[in-house]
Design a protein around this ligand. Structure first.
Ligand SMILES: Nc1ncnc2c1ncn2[C@@H]1O[C@H](COP(=O)(O)OP(=O)(O)OP(=O)(O)O)[C@@H](O)[C@H]1O
Ligand SMILES: [Mg+2]
Length: 306
């Protein structure tokens, strides 16, 4: 299938700064792609260039098969954007702002669709309220409703859950997964790495305008992730069995730690070796590999302060 989005050699320079530096990326239909990177990395600029909010300096963007230099309008009608900044016309009611949004994207009125989106984002009871009276988290939900109401094929969620409470964040994750099963492609930026870990099929890491890496999330975690095994013993242990010799025994012989990386034995094998040797295991804990650690490792490799 043709990609939903193809970005080729995209560069954006401001007079004193290169915000995007020769970025090339393709997004496949139906995937959830997480774009990760520190503050100022260029995430919002990249989304802005695709959505028509930022003028690119050079490069090519092909959206839904159409080169945006040839037709900047038609393909963008099938795109939804949840912007990072909360910005609304404060005088419209929630429902009205969704009606306007449909019109803005050239769609006919569709009260049923509006009901559906209000319901999905737990805004039904606020439908008649002026948007300025919504709480911060509700405003964020309305932004998401606005980005989705016209059934876009591709949605950009630029930090969609900043300031959103835990329960709603979980609901939104489920909703994003549902969008994917309906065939919507999702590009997500977030500083909550747990969110990317939950949702993303593929991950891109950007820093100082350069796309450092694009990889399937599972493969990336396997390649660069680490898992830590900690074991406490009832009595002190003096020697480790061969299968656990790459772990570290504490000086008092009561604790053992092992870090699983690509190429090492697995935590399960090492633990198995401790049991098989009859060591007096009292307590076992295992910290799972985290995307956060992977991101930090990649950014350090790119010269970020440690
Ligand atoms: N209009 C502008 N003029 C000059 N520099 C700009 C302008 N807009 C953005 N920048 C700069 O471009 C760089 C990339 O900004 P961008 O908003 O894309 O970062 P980001 O990755 O979205 O960061 P965050 O995680 O903080 O949202 C930053 O250094 C920013 O200051
Ligand atoms: Mg941003």
């Amino acid at each position: 299938m043709a990609p939903v989005l193809a970005v080729e050699h995209l560069t954006k320079t401001y007079p004193t700064l290169t915000a995007l530096d020769d970025v090339s990326l393709t997004i496949e239909p139906g995937e959830i792609f997480a774009l990760l990177g520190p503050n100022g990395a260029g995430k919002t600029t990249l989304i802005g260039a695709i959505c028509g909010l930022v003028r690119k300096t050079s490069g090519r963007i092909t959206l839904l098969g159409v080169d945006l230099d040839v037709d900047p309008i038609t393909p963008r009608r099938d795109v939804g954007l949840v912007p990072q900044e909360l910005n609304f016309d404060p005088f419209f009611a929630v429902r009205e702002s969704l009606e306007l949004q449909l019109g803005y994207f050239g769609r006919p009125p569709d009260p049923k669709r509006i009901d559906e989106v209000l319901e999905a984002l737990a805004l039904t009871s606020k439908a008649k309220m002026p948007t300025r009276t919504l709480s911060g988290g509700m405003k964020r939900r309305l932004l998401i409703a606005k980005a989705l109401v016209h059934r876009p094929k591709l949605v950009f969620l630029d930090e969609p859950t900043a300031g959103v409470d835990v329960e709603l964040r979980r609901d939104l994750w489920n909703y994003v997964r549902r969008l994917r099963t309906e065939g919507t492609t999702v590009v997500l930026t977030t500083h909550y790495l747990e969110e990317a870990e939950e949702l993303a099929d593929r991950v891109g890491i950007i820093d100082k305008g350069k796309l450092l890496l694009v990889e399937e999330k599972r493969a990336l975690m396997k390649r660069l992730g680490e898992r830590k095994l900690e074991v406490h013993f009832r009595d002190n242990v003096t020697t480790l069995p061969a299968g656990a010799s790459t772990g570290v025994l504490s000086t008092d012989g009561r604790a053992f730690t092992f870090i699983e990386r690509a190429g090492t034995p697995s935590c399960a094998d090492v633990l198995g070796a401790l049991y098989a040797a009859g060591l007096p295991v009292a307590e076992v804990s295992m910290a799972p590999s985290k995307l956060e650690d992977v991101l930090i490792r990649v950014l350090r490799g790119n010269g970020a302060a440690s």
